[in-house]
Design a binder for this molecule. Structure first.
Ligand code: KE4
Length: 436
């Protein structure tokens, strides 16, 4: 057996905790994707994390490719963020009143993100996306919107139609509790299919408020826009008076300081954020052109609110994270290099196995699909050999490498990953196929 195969140590504590958790929490978890339901087995309960590593309740160490689904872009327990939180928490954890910190955070986001004249803080990506959609509807006076199969914009009712992430993982075609009235206004098209969008726009002339998209999708694995796709949507929005919403909850401040708008050189009308901008604390935001954002209460009548929006602890964590990224642009080069090293290493190993595979990557977003065809939309991702992915997931986990527990998720790279960590990820992948 190659020496990279460590004998899996016990996960008894996680097993006990999971049984206990199920007595008090639905499914034993506070978010479905954590439950290992698609990959099988018992979810691991984490105790602590530092840098590129997480440690479970039994003391097992893992190289982390989840990074809290994106926030830990600089690694867990990043010193400046921790110190900033420690200092700020002494002065109360919340006021329910405006603070200078919120102004500084808004100004920082505006200095990094293109096309953001005004920005509103919220407490999750879901809140950011649902608020942006409501604003687009309020601004245009129209009800319908277009989303793409496999894209995930949080769990607000309107978005749970052919959604990605956990909804796809559990193959929930229609989510109970979403009324016919709500889903009637949600139009869907395959990702990368401009013709399908043109058809929807023609059939619903003058009724579509918004097109919302993950500019690089991370919720059906990582799926890139084909050349001309996003530009084509921009053109349709300009012609039809439709609000173009980039859901950058995953891509924002990860693909570049200015996110996908900067990286792909496309202007959105509204953009939503989450993940990185909270540095691990509950933060989301939506922002965009003043002409649209000025309709948000109390400036306008599109109501949107939140007791903990702009929470000082969340703000200082996010501000410290974003400021580090803004002041050290070389971090993006390092993230790129690390992800390229992983990509090339996996490619070299997978090529020799004879197993069909596709690696999708842009910047530090990457995923492996055991697919015979290029993975350009949800259908391709769904028809990959995801049973093989599940086996691969567990082999990697048993050998101390924690991949996202679903083939419908992008891997999250942190800048704390070392070359050694990446080399181990590649060698354990090679070992998996040598014992398959
Ligand atoms: P939250 O409400 O979970 O903060 O964000 C929703 C959301 C919106 N838009 C995009 C592009 C997202 O990726 C997400 C959340 N992503 C998932 C992981 N794919 C969160 C993990 C979970 O559901 O536990």
């Amino acid at each position: 057996m190659p020496d990279t195969i460590a004998t899996p140590t016990t996960t008894d504590k996680s097993k006990q905790l999971f049984e206990r958790a199920k007595l008090s929490i639905p499914g034993g978890v506070n978010s479905p994707v954590r439950a290992f339901k698609s990959v099988g087995g018992t979810p691991l309960f984490m105790e602590k994390a530092k840098g590129a590593y997480m440690y479970d309740a039994d003391g097992n160490k893992y190289i982390d490719y989840i990074n809290s689904w994106g926030p830990m872009i600089l690694g867990h327990a990043y010193e400046p963020v921790i110190n900033a939180i420690k200092e700020r928490v002494e002065h109360s954890t919340s006021f329910g009143a405006p603070t200078e910190l919120e102004v500084e955070m808004a100004e920082l986001i505006k200095s990094m993100a293109p096309n953001v004249d005004l920005v509103r803080m919220v407490s999750s990506g879901t809140e950011a996306c649902m608020s942006a959609l409501r604003l687009a509807r309020g601004y245009t006076g129209r009800n319908k919107f277009i989303k793409f199969e496999g894209c995930y914009h949080g769990h607000a009712d309107a978005f749970l139609v052919k959604a990605g992430s956990g909804v796809a993982t559990f193959n929930i075609q229609t989510v109970p509790g979403i009324t016919a009235g709500v889903s009637a206004d949600t139009l869907t098209a395959p990702y990368n299919d401009l013709e399908a969008v043109e058809k929807l726009v023609k059939e619903n002339k003058g009724e579509i408020a918004a097109i919302i998209i993950e500019p690089v999708c991370g919720n059906m694995g990582c799926i890139l826009p084909l050349p001309g796709f996003l530009e084509g949507l921009r053109k349709i929005c300009d012609q039809e008076g439709i609000v173009y919403i980039f859901d950058e909850v995953m891509t924002g401040f990860r693909l570049a300081a200015g996110g996908a708008q900067e990286r792909l050189n496309i202007n959105a009308d509204l953009v939503t954020y989450g993940k990185v901008i909270g540095g691990g604390m509950p933060v989301g935001a939506f922002g965009g052109k003043k002409e649209i954002m000025q309709h948000i209460a109390p400036l306008g009548n599109v109501y949107q609110a939140g007791t903990l929006s702009g929470n000082p602890i969340a703000m200082i964590a996010g501000y410290t994270m974003l400021k580090t990224l803004k002041d050290n642009p070389s971090i993006y080069t390092q993230l790129e290099e690390k992800t390229a090293l992983l990509h090339n290493g996996l490619d070299a190993v997978l090529q020799k196995t004879g197993v069909p595979y596709v690696i999708n990557r842009l910047g530090s977003m990457i995923s492996v699909h055991f697919s015979k065809v290029p993975v350009i939309n949800f259908d391709c991702a769904a028809h990959a050999d995801n049973a093989l992915f599940n086996k691969y997931f567990h082999f990697m986990l048993d050998n101390g490498i924690y991949l996202p527990p679903s083939a419908y998720e992008s891997w999250f790279i942190s800048n704390a990953l070392s070359t050694k960590d990446i080399e181990k990820t590649v060698s354990v992948t090679e070992a998996f196929f040598s014992v398959l």
